[in-house]
Design a protein around this ligand. Structure first.
Ligand code: NAP
Length: 463
């Protein structure tokens, strides 16, 4: 009997969607079809591929209201923010489509008498995208569109929490008239995913998710010499210098911490504040956080929804309790957030001070609506603490001194350095993590490099 995948809505714990898992045999058929389709798709011009992809984006955004509602029901993000996911998907997709022709063009070498030489970027074959629920379209688009534009075919396995996101994308490509086999989806167990990775017709795996998930993917691909792109977790720090604009920093950092209930890979999880501005920063921060409305995410008034699962909220509650036991001070009175009871996925926002690196709230990814704020003496201490992490996804510096920010940024062990902003991906910049935050790079012109391979042409023309 085939196993059934059930998706519980965090709103009320009800089963929102059920899907039958593909069997290993189904998975093999899907891969074979993708490998067959690649033979034709790779021969199509970049302009033709762009036309299909742009039509698919048009078809996708036409349904933005329904898509937004589904995101909320599947993973709990407040409906008032749902439009941002579709808009971000379009921004990234259109940008990657727009640069494809230039990025995939042959690299011609300087003339050499009697020779013609150039380097061509070739597609890899079948790209297998494994995507998470927290930004279900914004993460998946990073590999799907550039992979297709580069002439690869794509199989998408979305999170069991957000299976409708895979189906919406499949519908959009179908409406765009994309020939069969070029973009396919699969609802699959972890065991089936591991088997698929070992199939010789899978040529690249684009994984976005947790460090433990990434370790499993890498283990499945071990010894096969396949490319694996890993976009993993973070414990992103911010440093507020004494010369920062405090109201501006407070407003932006509150959003950077609590948006999506803190379930953002590049959400801010640790804040270091210079001692001269610690008090006004913390006062302003606390006041803003107290204004959050925790509730039913389908209600337009709600600004903080439930976490994705009770178990995720339990994990964060434990981190907070451990920190308080070790001497941290909690600034938010959670009794003002009546939805936060027992083991509910509805978790009140929390701000902790008197924290240090001995507490896991300052080192382990929380992925929830909580932040630790620590006072620092100077730039050197802030830099040392920001780098004191097994992660390195983004880091932000809040200051009016660009030169100082650049000096600090130069020594930061991170994929992205921000000044006076945070928690945002610009598709024109490379999205990359260091340390346990990942390997490889998506978006920007460099996003095409891992999804293609160079082929050298060396022609003698003087005989
Ligand atoms: P996750 O549990 O690792 O799952 C991510 C995807 O991988 C899902 O489709 C999941 O399938 C699948 N998966 C997980 N373990 C697997 C295994 N052993 N074998 C095969 N497939 C496996 O992560 P998540 O909870 O969805 O996402 C949150 C994490 O992702 C956080 O750590 C966050 O920081 C990170 N993230 C990083 C980025 C980035 O750009 N760096 C972006 C977004 C999120 P199932 O759902 O079926 O288990």
């Amino acid at each position: 009997m085939k196993k059934v995948q059930q998706t519980k809505s965090p709103i009320d714990g009800s089963i929102y969607i059920e899907r039958t898992y593909a069997s290993p045999e189904d998975a093999t058929q899907i891969i074979t079809k993708a490998a067959e389709a690649h033979k034709h798709w790779r021969k199509l011009s970049v302009d033709k591929r762009a036309s299909y992809c742009n039509k698919a984006v048009d078809a996708f955004i036409k349904n933005k209201e329904a898509i937004g509602e589904e995101i909320t029901k599947q993973m709990g993000r407040p409906i008032r923010y749902a439009a941002g996911e579709v808009a971000g998907f379009e921004e990234r997709a259109r940008y990657m489509i727009s640069i494809a022709k230039d990025k995939l063009a042959d690299t011609l070498l300087d003339k050499k008498e009697g020779f013609e030489r150039f380097i061509r970027r070739e597609s890899l074959g079948v790209v297998f995208t494994v995507a998470p629920w927290n930004y279900p379209y914004l993460t998946a688009v990073n590999s799907i569109i550039p992979a297709l534009m580069a002439g690869n075919t794509v199989i998408l396995k979305h999170s069991a929490q957000t299976p409708l996101c895979a189906e919406r994308l499949a519908d959009a490509f179908e409406e765009a008239g994309l020939p069969e086999g070029i973009f396919q989806i699969i609802h699959a167990t972890h065991e089936t995913v591991a088997g698929m990775i070992k199939n010789p017709d899978i040529n690249y795996i684009a994984f976005t998710g947790s460090v433990t998930g990434g370790e499993s993917i890498e283990a499945s691909a071990s010894g096969l010499f396949k490319g694996v792109g890993l976009e993993l977790g973070g414990k992103d720090p911010a440093y507020v210098r004494a010369d920062a604009d405090i109201p501006f920093s407070v407003e932006n950092l509150v959003d950077g911490v609590y948006f999506n209930s803190g379930q953002s890979c590049c959400g801010v999880e640790r804040i270091y504040v210079h001692k001269d501005v610690f008090e006004p920063f913390v006062d302003g921060f606390k006041k803003l956080v107290e204004g959050y409305v925790l509730g039913d995410p389908m209600d337009e008034a709600t600004t903080l929804g439930p976490m994705v699962k009770s178990s995720a909220a339990f994990f964060v509650r434990e981190q907070i309790e451990d920190a308080i036991d070790a001497g941290a001070t909690a600034l938010i009175d959670t009794s003002k957030f009546p939805m936060d009871v027992g083991d509910s996925p509805y978790l009140a926002p929390q701000v902790l001070i008197n924290v240090d690196r001995s507490m896991r709230i300052m080192t382990q990814e929380s992925f929830g609506p909580v932040v630790g704020i620590q006072q620092v003496e100077n730039d050197e201490e802030a830099l040392q603490l920001m780098n004191d992490s097994e992660y390195g996804l983004t880091a932000s510096i809040w200051t009016n001194d660009k030169d100082k920010a650049l000096e600090l940024a130069d020594d930061l062990e991170t994929g992205t350095c921000f000044m006076n902003r945070c928690d945002y991906l610009d598709p024109e910049l490379a999205w990359v993590g260091v340390k346990n935050s990942g390997r490889g790079c998506t978006l920007s012109s460099m996003g095409y490099e891992s999804l293609t391979r160079p082929k050298s042409f060396h022609l003698r023309t003087d005989i």
